[in-house]
Design a protein around this ligand. Structure first.
Ligand code: ZN
Length: 158
């Protein structure tokens, strides 16, 4: 049951890995991993690069198909270069993280829907709460998670 839940969430994560915000390995500012349309369903990654607008760091990914390169999905690093994600925040024993602002919105919508459901409102968003990590939707955590998401959004809006 737990495995199935995780798997479903991981499947959904693939939607968010087109542009991933990471910590620049050179200046520790916010950098962007851009896949230029590459999806994980293609056998080889081409034109996947990390670009930093602050210091100009710019690196293109070598082919993923070599043995030493592998995709990491579902961890607080970008899937290609394995750089630490920019959007992350510790909540007790857990780490809240998102690939990009769109992903953060997704989490906010669905944790929020869970909260409204609990408060007796019929929610419009199709219930996919089960696709989120369980700790995130635990009743005692929801408001804390939503506050953290709000904070991260504020800090990263242009
Ligand atoms: Zn940089």
């Amino acid at each position: 049951m737990e495995d199935r839940t995780k798997h479903t969430y991981r499947t959904h994560l693939y939607d968010f890995i087109k542009d991933v915000l990471v910590v620049c390995p050179n200046c520790e500012g916010r950098a962007l991993v851009n896949t230029n349309g590459y999806t994980i369903f293609q056998p080889e990654a081409v034109n996947v690069r990390v670009v930093c607008g602050h210091c100009g760091y710019n690196k293109i990914l070598e082919r993923l198909s070599t043995r030493s390169k592998y995709l990491v999905i579902g961890a607080p690093v970008d899937p290609y270069f394995h750089l630490p994600l920019w959007l992350k925040m510790e909540l007790g024993d857990h780490l809240l993280w998102a690939y990009n602002l769109e992903h953060l919105d997704f989490l906010e919508q669905h944790v929020g829907a869970k909260l409204r459901e609990r408060n007796g409102f019929k929610h419009q968003v199709k219930s996919i709460g089960a696709k989120l990590p369980r700790w995130m939707t635990a009743a005692k955590r929801r408001e804390e998670v939503l506050r953290a998401i709000e904070k991260m959004k504020k800090a990263n809006n242009h």
